[in-house]
Design a protein around this ligand. Structure first.
Ligand SMILES: NC(=O)c1ccc[n+]([C@@H]2O[C@H](COP(=O)([O-])OP(=O)(O)OC[C@H]3O[C@@H](n4cnc5c(N)ncnc54)[C@H](O)[C@@H]3O)[C@@H](O)[C@H]2O)c1
Length: 451
């Protein structure tokens, strides 16, 4: 039986002993393969918050609180004061991109943040210059750029990435690093024999196996270096036995995939609500217009297929048609993304939802979400890197399912279905933080208030 460090009460059977957390001392280097709209909005945003030019809205680590103990205890500290997270002033940014633009130029090109704000941040952003990328046009067909590593095999390129990380760490005096994929969505591919074991993967790197995608070379380099890795895109990347095994063997925490932001976030808010009330759903038609570089890349059917897989899986997992055939077995679900340059990053997503109630009577819900993609994604990048760093300092390794809250297609242990309901995900995240600090887990049973 395990006892809570703070209360002395026993934990439920099977709950592991709370770990010792190393302090968040020194600088934390955040490395992003891909320095486009999301990565630069994140970097610029952190710099803006540091200069009091804006608030970190959308970030759980910066604004969220966590209830501890009983509802009558009035203990709800801020998350960043409860667990030892790196502070914003400790963060240093770097990355790789196929284009040579500095973070300042890339942010101007992305057109997400206002030029007046970017001018104020220019001194810090223009120092962030992209390192040469590992790139393969077969995996991202709509773009091409000059800032790429050309020499040697994929193995040589992986070693060059490892060197890049070591040089970055030394040059910036970092204590630790975290890598988060903010690169384009790669074309759809399934795990092949080369992805099954580390030995096969390393052989594949040496002989340039075409089944190894560039994002997998970055993930391999990170894990080999003991650097936590997150995947913000829906790519296969590290969701393969070879790299998950490497993460566990090197004691590195990982998570993914695909930031849960606009339309899918709305879906994971609404669908659990429909199911909670046992309301049926016969159709969910989702379409988007998007005009940024991500939209351009997703205009390629191969990249869109990768995205479509993660977007489509959500409803099935939440609504569980196998358990509720009378409500969801005939659900028709369709997701489209249309590249429409005039809108830039300011996406518009429409949903038409055909639902039914008592005696099968039909009703409709329409959603028109005029969102800003990178404004929604940037705070998720911040939370993920801070939590992954916390996980590593706490000795947690492999897939961090408690970070599912942030992803459209949460990674799980083999054979385990992912939890998509955002409120269950949030409960799991907060209970993990309570567990890390030896606080009692909150079950919401609450019978003690009525004794
Ligand atoms: N913004 C959101 O709400 C959101 C939500 C979910 C997922 N995503 C995903 O996040 C990723 C980034 O989105 P974005 O809007 O910043 O896209 P973007 O096109 O603005 O930026 C991606 C950058 O990655 C670079 N790149 C591509 N392949 C690379 C490689 N092999 N190495 C280094 N750089 C590479 C591109 O040159 C580009 O600059 C995309 O995969 C997108 O699908 C975004």
């Amino acid at each position: 039986m395990f006892l809570s460090r703070s209360t002395g009460h026993p934990y439920a059977e099977g709950v592991l002993m709370t770990p010792k957390i190393a302090p968040a001392k020194g600088k934390l280097g955040i490395l992003t393969p891909g320095m486009g709209a999301v990565a630069t909005t994140f970097m610029a945003g952190v710099e803006a918050v540091k200069k009091n030019l804006g608030d970190p809205v959308g970030s759980l680590t910066q604004l969220g609180t966590i209830r501890l103990g009983k509802r009558t205890d009035n203990r709800s500290p801020k998350i960043k004061e409860f667990v030892p997270l790196a502070g914003l002033n400790q963060l240093v940014f770097g990355g790789w991109d196929i284009f040579e633009d500095t973070a300042y130029e890339a942010a101007v090109h992305a057109g997400v943040l206002k030029p007046e704000l970017l001018t104020k941040l220019k001194p810090s952003l223009q120092k962030i210059k992209p390192m040469k990328a590992v790139f393969d046009k077969n995996y991202v067909k709509r773009i091409d750029g000059p800032n790429v590593k050309t020499k040697g095999s994929l193995k040589d390129k992986a070693e060059a990435l490892i060197d890049d990380m070591q040089t970055f760490k030394k040059d910036h005096g970092c204590d630790r690093l975290v890598m988060i994929w903010c690169g384009s969505t790669e074309v759809f591919h399934r795990a092949a024999p080369v992805h099954q074991t580390l030995e096969a993967f390393e052989k594949g790197l040496a002989k340039n196996d075409p089944a190894i995608a560039p994002s997998q070379v970055y993930a391999y380099a990170a894990l080999k270096s003991g650097v936590p890795f997150a995947n913000g895109a829906p790519n296969l990347t590290h969701d393969i036995p070879a790299l998950l095994g490497l993460a566990r063997d090197h004691n590195v925490p990982v998570c993914g995939k695909d930031f849960k932001t606009g339309q899918t976030y709305m879906k994971t808010l609404l669908a659990p609500g429909l199911k909670a009330r046992m309301l049926g759903c016969s159709g969910w038609f989702s379409t988007n217009i998007l005009g940024n570089r991500d939209g351009e890349v997703l205009d390629d059917p191969g990249s869109f297929k990768t995205k479509e897989e993660t977007k489509l899986s959500v409803l099935d997992q939440i609504l569980q048609p196998g358990l509720y055939p009378e409500l969801y077995k005939d659900l028709f679900h369709s997701v489209k993304i249309n590249y429409y340059p005039p809108r830039g990053d300011e996406k518009e997503g429409w949903d038409n939802i055909d639902i039914f109630g008592w005696l099968g009577y039909p009703m409709q819900i329409k959603i028109d979400f005029l969102c800003r993609d990178s404004i929604l994604a940037a705070p998720l990048v911040l939370d993920l890197v801070l939590f992954l760093d916390l996980a590593q300092r706490s000795g947690m390794k492999g897939i961090q399912e408690w970070l599912s809250f942030y992803f459209k297609a949460p990674m799980t242990a083999p054979g385990l279905y992912p939890e998509h309901d955002v409120f269950i995900q949030l409960m799991k995240l907060k209970n993990t933080l309570r567990w890390l600090k030896g606080e009692e887990l909150i079950t919401h049973l609450g019978l003690e208030y009525y004794d």
